[in-house]
Design a protein around this ligand. Structure first.
Ligand code: NAI
Length: 304
C-alpha cells in the first residue's frame, strides 16, 4: 500500500484562503502536516471593502485548534508589494516556501460594452497580476532550493467562455499562458506548475449555480486533485484540470492536423483556404504540444 499523502516539512502559501476553496485547501494541507500561510485580505466579493482581517484569522484558528501549524497574512495579491509581503510572511514564519496555490479571486461581471476600465483592471489585478506578484518571489525561493509546486486557478469561464465575464475570462486564460512558460523555466529546478478549473459552491458562484446543484458542490470535492498536484509525487507540469463534485478530467489546448492549401512553396489564396476550411478547422486527430518549438517543427514538417 503506497503511503498516505503527507506534507510534513513543507511550507504552503494559499492566497485567498479565508473562505471557499482556499480555506478548504489550507485546512487539508495543514491536516496532512504542511505549515500553511493563510493569506486573505478580507473584503467583499467584488474586491471592495476595508480589508477586514477576520477571515484569514478564523481559518488559522481552525487549523491550530486541530493541531496544525498556520499563520495569517492579510496582504493583497493585487500589488507588487503585497505579493512580496505574502512570500516574506512564509519566510519569516517558516523559513521557506515549497507550495503556492494562487487562489485569490474577485468578480466584476458586466456585459462587454458596460465593462468599465475599473472593472476590467480590478479583476486583472487580483487574478492575473496577483499570480505574478506572488509567484515571482516564491519562484525565486523555489529555484534556489530546487523544489516547488505551484497551482494556478483558472475557470471554465476562461477555458470555454461565459457571458458577461470578459475581464475574468481574459485573466483566467492569462494564467494558463503564465503556467505554460513557468513549467519550462521551472523544469530543471523541480518546480512543477499546474492549473485547476474548480467547480464549487462559494460566494463567487452562489448566484450563478442552480440551488440544487449548489448544495452538492462543496469545495472539499475539489481539494484532492489540488493537493495531489502539490505533492512531490505530482506526475505532470503544465497541465490543466477540471475539478468539481468529485469529478476530475484534463483540459488541453489541442492543435489540429491542418492543411496546406497550395502547391509546395506557393502562397495559398484565400479561395484555397475557403475550399479547405473544413480540414483547416478539424480537430480530429488533434494533439497537444509541450512548447512553442514543437509546434514550429510541426509546421516545418507539414510544409516540406
Ligand atoms: P471565494 O470568494 O470564497 O474566495 C476567494 C477569496 O479570495 C476570498 O476569501 C477573498 O477575500 C480573497 N481575495 C480577494 N481578493 C484578494 C486579494 N486581492 N488578496 C488576497 N485575497 C483576496 O471564492 P472561491 O469560489 O473559493 O474562489 C477561489 C478561486 O477559484 C478564485 O480564483 C475563483 O476565480 C476560482 N474559481 C472558482 C469557481 C467556483 O466554482 N467556485 C469556478 C472557477 C474558478
Amino acid at each position: 500500500v503506497p503511503p498516505r499523502i503527507r506534507f510534513d516539512g513543507r511550507v504552503a502559501i494559499v492566497t485567498g484562503a479565508g473562505g471557499g476553496l482556499g480555506r478548504a485547501y489550507a485546512l487539508e494541507l495543514a491536516r496532512r502536516g504542511a505549515k500553511v500561510v493563510v493569506n486573505d485580505l478580507g473584503g467583499a466579493r467584488d474586491g471592495s471593502g476595508d480589508g477586514a482581517a477576520a477571515p484569514a484569522d478564523r481559518v488559522v484558528a481552525e487549523i491550530r485548534a486541530a493541531g496544525g501549524e498556520a499563520v495569517a497574512d492579510h496582504n493583497s495579491v493585487a500589488t507588487v508589494e503585497g505579493g512580496a509581503a505574502i512570500v516574506q510572511t512564509a519566510l519569516e514564519a517558516f523559513g521557506t516556501v515549497d507550495i503556492l496555490i494562487n487562489n485569490a479571486g474577485i468578480l466584476r461581471d458586466k456585459s462587454f460594452v458596460n465593462m468599465t476600465p475599473e472593472n476590467w483592471q480590478a479583476v486583472l489585478d487580483v487574478h492575473l497580476h496577483g499570480a505574478y506578484h506572488v509567484t515571482r518571489p516564491a519562484f525565486a525561493v523555489m529555484r534556489d532550493k530546487g523544489y516547488g509546486r505551484i497551482l494556478m486557478t483558472t475557470s471554465a469561464a476562461g477555458l470555454y467562455g461565459n457571458f458577461g465575464q470578459s475581464n475574468y475570462a481574459a485573466a483566467k486564460m492569462g494564467l494558463v499562458g503564465l503556467m505554460n512558460t513557468l513549467k519550462l523555466e521551472g523544469e530543471k529546478r523541480n518546480i512543477k506548475v499546474n492549473t485547476i478549473a474548480p467547480l464549487a459552491a462559494s460566494r463567487l458562484t452562489e448566484d450563478i449555480l442552480p440551488p440544487d446543484l449548489f448544495a452538492k458542490m462543496q469545495p472539499e470535492y475539489v481539494v484532492p486533485l489540488a493537493l495531489f498536484l502539490c505533492t512531490d509525487q505530482c506526475p505532470a507540469s503544465g497541465n490543466i484540470y477540471n475539478a468539481g463534485m468529485g469529478f476530475f478530467n484534463r483540459v488541453a489546448v489541442m492543435t489540429g492536423p491542418g492543411a496546406v492549401p497550395a502547391a509546395q512553396g506557393a502562397v495559398p489564396t484565400p479561395e484555397a483556404v475557403r475550399d479547405q476550411a473544413a480540414a483547416i478547422t478539424d480537430l480530429e486527430a488533434g494533439r497537444t504540444f509541450g512548447q512553442l518549438a514543437e509546434q514550429v517543427m510541426d509546421v516545418v514538417t507539414k510544409v516540406q
